[in-house]
Design a binder for this molecule. Structure first.
Ligand SMILES: [Fe+2]
Ligand SMILES: [Fe+2]
Length: 267
């Protein structure tokens, strides 16, 4: 069993971006990856026609039950297609051989405005995630997938820096993100997210019996790369980076330190 993690495709933003996003499906199929997880911002302006482009591009995976998606803040703009992406459920589970994934909708009504991009979880959402994780088989790989980053990350550009300086919340981490990480530590193997467009990685509880890896995919269509995870013997193996075919962008640019996972002290 293998699965790939992509994010932030932003269908409708540019022709080049849409072409690159379509190659993700091609790459997954040619590398014989079993399942693709896409953690939100499927569309750029939340328009139904953008979502239809996404479904059309990923139809071969969706029709065979090999595609798992969650909404991102951009999907709440325009026509607000979040419910089309996750059927109105804040938390839902998917189970495959040796792998269980809890899908979480981390968006909120504030995401109707682009400037209010942050994610929110309620106390009830956290309880539902707890229940869903507990219901997954203990002996398989347990993963949680959502859009917003749960812990603070370095600012990625001038707009995020300006937003912080003027006191806007839009670049901030998920509300109750730290609480989510505390609850998942030791019970879950992977916390997969998007939102930030550069990839990131942290480990909580390294050296313990069940370390939690927190992995940001970055914007896959821009990067041209995505992680692929093997699930062997009930454990998630070391991910490898799979390159999109015919990608016209420069080689993978990773933030400093990404090759050597950062150990978070949150636990
Ligand atoms: Fe995004
Ligand atoms: Fe986002």
């Amino acid at each position: 069993m293998t699965f790939a993690h992509a994010s932030d495709l932003h269908f409708g933003r540019s022709v080049c971006g849409d072409v690159a996003a379509r190659r993700i499906c091609e790459a997954v199929r040619s590398a014989r990856v079993d399942v693709l997880v896409v953690t939100g911002d499927l569309t750029h302006r939340g328009r139904m026609e953008e979502l239809e482009q996404f479904w059309e591009a990923f139809g071969p995976l969706a029709r065979t039950g090999r595609l798992l998606v969650v909404p991102g803040n951009h999907d709440r703009l325009g026509d607000d297609v979040a419910d089309e992406i996750q059927s109105g459920a804040r938390v839902s589970s998917w189970l495959g051989p040796g792998l269980g994934i809890v899908r979480v909708d981390s968006t909120g009504p504030q995401n109707r405005r682009l400037v209010d991009a942050w994610g929110e979880l309620s106390a009830r959402d956290l309880d539902r995630i707890d229940e869903a994780v507990d219901a997954l088989p203990d002996r398989g790989v347990r993963a949680v997938a959502l859009h917003h980053h749960p812990l603070p990350l370095p600012e990625e550009g001038v707009s995020e820096r300006v937003a912080r300086l003027v006191g806007l919340r839009c670049g901030r981490e998920l509300s109750r993100g730290r609480e989510l990480v505390r609850r998942l530590a030791g019970r879950c193997d992977l916390l997969l997210h998007g939102h930030r467009h550069l990839p990131s990685e942290a480990i909580v509880g390294a050296g313990g019996p069940r370390p939690l890896r927190i992995l940001g995919a970055g914007s896959t269509a821009s990067l041209g790369w995505m992680r692929v995870f093997p699930c062997e013997g009930g454990a998630a193996g070391e991910p490898r980076w799979l390159e999109l075919p015919h990608h016209q962008r420069p080689p993978l640019r990773l933030p400093p330190g990404l090759g050597a996972p950062i150990t978070s002290s949150i636990a």
